[in-house]
Design a binder for this molecule. Structure first.
Ligand code: PMP
Length: 453
């Protein structure tokens, strides 16, 4: 089980997914993580890392939280598994559904449980198709997503994802999925264009797409309040207000993919609250259970649910659901996790520590390799460049962030490289000292990168 734990900083090909460069992965292998506590993880050689990516945007309450271990074991002993098909249910799924409806920032009426973000978004695609048939509008099934949006990797959710690596060579996106522009002012804004004018242009481009395809063919628009896996892209302040106005005008539903933002990440319980988003459908996962066990949820309002309920059976049963939907142990862990988030005031902590993180990272703006620092609450992106004016990074694309990521990881802090952006997303329990270490180590890694170039 020996693994080379000091990543070669010069290893441009190193990426997070084994398949990105399968031969290279065979050669160097992964860092094997053996255990975790709080905001730290430790590898098999005993090297400790501050996990500043919350183990893939997920672990809100920290690693090895005893209350979650106990909640899982209690439920495991009582009822380790039961399904939620054919008029069956169990207390953890019912309680969790009630809790999510109560927590939702807008009025929601039903919850459909799944086990991953991808499954949840796939479920939404099918739900919308079924609903269109139920309403007698069989052509109203299209979905608009955004370039650089991330919504998963199954065939339907990968289609919604707006990243080339999730489409190319997979023959995706599938028909009926359209991508509109990414709300990244720093990259996409025109010379002298204000953030507000840019937001207006995003909304106009969305409207043009809807008119081109015909509003009667579009069921919904999906977006993350803040884009995560596409490179941490924070929308302009007025973006969501303008987008929602277009959707309302054309009677198009809004899906908020809160898989990363949900449960405190932005400094409020949901990203929807931070941006005044009023969704018809919400996707929840990751911090829902701090990813201790896989569980996700689709929340739908009455506008979505009632037509489906009216016709269910009549147009063909809504034949959809997974064996593990609402898994009792995962649901029990999620309930305890949400209780911890509330009891420990972790959303307020995310807001306070988020300010410290954003202020600290803003101090990197004058670094010669930093093009943009962006973020809100406890999610941030640092985009690297070699030419600040032209906003250009070194070749090949992604190589600067991959190197910086390695140099920072060698120094004991785990971030993530997405293209030429370093993503930061620590657990919600993070403390001031941890934030300062993330900022300081990032600076040291960038200095080392500059010295090597
Ligand atoms: N939506 C968003 C916003 C995500 O960030 C992710 C995962 N990073 C997904 C959906 C897909 O979730 P999963 O990996 O659990 O399928």
């Amino acid at each position: 089980l020996h693994q080379p734990n000091s990543l070669e900083a010069r290893d441009v090909a190193y990426q997070l997914h084994p398949y990105t460069n399968a031969r290279r992965h065979e050669e160097i292998g992964p860092i094997v993580i053996a255990k975790g506590d709080g905001v730290f993880v430790e590898d098999v050689d005993g090297k400790r890392y501050l996990e500043a990516m919350a183990g893939l945007w997920s672990v809100a309450v920290g690693f090895s939280e005893p209350r979650l271990v106990e909640a899982a074991s209690r439920q495991m002993a009582k009822l380790p598994f039961y399904h939620t098909f054919t008029h069956k249910a169990h207390a953890p799924a019912i309680e969790l559904a009630e809790k999510l409806i109560a927590m939702a920032p807008v009025s929601m009426s039903k919850v459909h449980f799944t086990s991953s973000g991808s499954e949840a978004n796939d479920t939404i695609v099918k739900l919308l198709r079924y609903r269109a048939n139920a309403l007698g509008q069989p052509e109203k099934k299209g979905i608009i997503s955004r370039i650089k949006g991330y919504h998963g990797v199954t065939l339907a959710s990968a289609s919604l994802t707006g990243l080339p690596n999730n489409h190319n060579a997979f023959d995706l996106p599938m028909p009926g999925v359209f991508h509109t522009m990414c709300p990244h002012h720093w990259r996409e804004g025109r010379e002298g264009e204000s953030e507000d004018a840019f937001a207006t242009r995003c909304a106009e481009e969305l409207e043009a797409l809807i008119e081109r395809e015909g509003a009667e063919t579009i069921a919904a628009f999906i977006g993350e309040p803040v884009m995560g896996a596409g490179g941490v892209i924070v929308p302009p302040a007025t973006y969501w207000e303008k987008i929602q106005a277009v959707l309302k005008r054309h009677d198009i539903l809004l899906i908020a993919d809160e898989v990363i933002c949900g449960f405190g990440r932005t400094g409020q319980m949901f990203g929807c609250e931070t941006y005044g988003i009023e969704p018809d459908i919400m996707t929840l996962s990751k911090a829902l259970s701090s990813s201790y066990l896989p569980i996700s949820a689709v929340l739908i309002n009455d506008r979505v649910y009632q037509p489906v309920a009216d016709k269910s059976g009549e147009i063909g049963t809504f034949g959809h659901g997974f064996t593990a939907s609402g898994h009792p142990v995962a649901a029990a862990v999620a309930l305890e996790n949400l209780a911890i988030i509330e009891e420990r005031g972790l959303v307020a902590n995310a807001a306070a520590m988020g300010e410290r993180l954003q202020a600290g990272l803003a101090g990197l703006k004058d670094h010669p390799l930093v093009g943009e620092v962006r973020g809100v609450g406890l999610i941030a992106g640092i985009e690297l460049v070699t030419d600040k004016g032209a906003k250009l990074a070194a070749q090949p694309p992604g190589s600067m962030a991959a190197k910086a990521f390695g140099l920072i990881q060698e120094r004991g802090v785990i971030l993530r490289a997405i293209g030429d952006t370093l993503a930061v997303c620590p657990p919600l329990i993070v403390e001031a000292g941890h934030i300062d270490r993330i900022v300081q180590t990032t600076r040291e890694g960038l200095d080392a990168l500059a010295a090597s170039m």
